[in-house]
Ligand binder design. Structure first.
Ligand code: HSE
Length: 397
């Protein structure tokens, strides 16, 4: 019998408990042994829980129990989670997690620590919620050189943008609904400012390219600045706005970015709505492969956490590793090119826009001057926005 301890009994932790109990019979068949929860660590009071005897406030209880072989760290954050994960790995316990912040920041170190102690550190739930993406990256796609990965990596912002696009809902109302549905992080800034998507694209790039990217060095723009007028202008270009995480490898350099983008309607990304995520991976043998499913929520995320627990019980985990080697290989955004939709004050004339950007497409001249550029350098766009009355600009995919 495999004994599991769950660290944190919030949305994901209670989901892990539920899935392990509800699906116990099938899980036992697939794992080859029963998997039971022996401890749940949470600082809150759960004395009214039907299985209150499982709860502890002391991590040492779990460390000291030799029968606990797997710890599901679903606390989130970097403080306690980092400390407990290191202690667990050093004590020879496997750790599975949904904690993208910890994996994105300290993944290389924790994977090394796990290897040194002959245990596993698995994190399927850290990207794409319930979508199998991490495991396929290091197993099914292991034969490939990956050149690019992009997609919709945050369920909350995709839900909010879908409500804005399809129902004309305000940003604030849609965010509140997302929180009530359990999609949003406790601090919604992680979602709406693009930080969560940034951590996820960092993890995918780490896995694909073998080097740890610093999330704080990745250009990251969220959706707080997107309003219903942007949605309307996108519509005029037969597009929708999505928050896109993107990374690519160019010789020895890696480029990564998170930003809202206009996506042409009719494409798979444009059709990915609500809390769903869609991630495209481009490999030199497979070509393009796309992963799609529920990117957030209690049970989809728990499904991924429990799959890692089963993988450990079965005992056939493939090796996952990437290096921590500084940031010199990370390429700056300014040398990239893109086409932009620009919203400028009317004093910024069409002639001026053409003088700076060459050919443009005028989208709207009511109240403000809205146009689309052809493909231009990011540096030129940023510099122009600094020097002229430009309110905002959004990339086109
Ligand atoms: N808040 C995250 C999201 C949860 O909305 O995608 C899943 O990582």
């Amino acid at each position: 019998m495999a004994k599991v301890a769950i660290l944190g009994f919030g949305t994901v932790g209670s989901g892990v408990y539920e899935v392990l109990n509800e699906n116990a019979e099938g899980i036992e068949k697939r794992a080859g042994e029963p998997i039971t929860v022996s401890h749940i660590l949470d600082i809150r009071d759960f004395s009214n829980h039907p299985h209150s005897e499982l709860f502890t406030k002391d991590f040492e209880d779990i460390l000291a129990d030799k029968e606990v072989t797997v710890i599901a760290e679903v606390i989130g954050g970097k403080t306690f989670a980092f400390d407990y994960t290191k202690k667990a790995l050093m004590a020879g316990k496997n750790v599975v997690t949904s904690n993208k912040e910890l994996v994105a920041t300290h993944g290389a170190e924790l994977l090394k620590l796990a290897q040194e102690n002959g245990v596993k550190y698995l994190f399927e739930a850290s990207v794409g919620g319930g979508i199998p993406i991490i495991h396929p990256m290091y197993t099914c796609l292991a034969a490939n050189e990956i050149s690019e990965i992009f997609g919709i990596l945050n369920g909350t912002t995709n839900y909010i943008l879908t409500q804005m696009i399809q129902n004309g809902q305000s940003f604030d109302v849609a965010l509140k609904n997302a929180q009530e549905l359990g999609y949003a992080e406790a601090n919604p800034s992680a979602d709406v400012d693009g930080i969560d998507a940034c951590r996820k694209i960092a993890i995918l790039a780490d896995l694909a390219f073998g080097k740890q990217l610093s999330p704080d060095k990745i250009y990251t723009e969220g959706i707080t600045n997107i309003d219903l007028s942007d949605v309307k202008y996108a519509e005029k270009l037969d597009s929708v706005i999505k928050l896109i995480g993107y990374c690519k490898k160019d010789e020895d350099e890696v480029f990564a970015r998170v930003s809202p983008m206009l996506i042409p309607k009719g494409t798979a990304l444009a059709n990915t709505s609500d809390v769903f995520n869609a991630i495209l991976v481009r490999g030199n043998a497979i070509g393009d492969v796309m992963f799609y499913g529920r990117g957030a929520g209690k049970l989809p995320t728990a499904s991924a956490v429990v799959s890692d627990i089963i993988e450990i019980a079965v005992g056939n985990c493939a090796k996952i590793m990437w290096e921590n080697c500084g940031d010199d290989f990370m390429k700056d955004i300014s040398s990239e090119t893109a086409s932009f939709v620009v919203r400028a004050d009317k004093s910024f004339t069409e002639d001026k826009a053409k003088e700076i950007f060459g050919n443009i497409t005028v989208i709207d001249t009511d109240g403000e001057f809205v146009f689309a550029t052809n493909s231009v350098k990011e540096a030129l766009m940023a510099e122009t926005a600094k020097n002229y009355p430009i309110k905002k600009y959004i990339r086109r995919f």
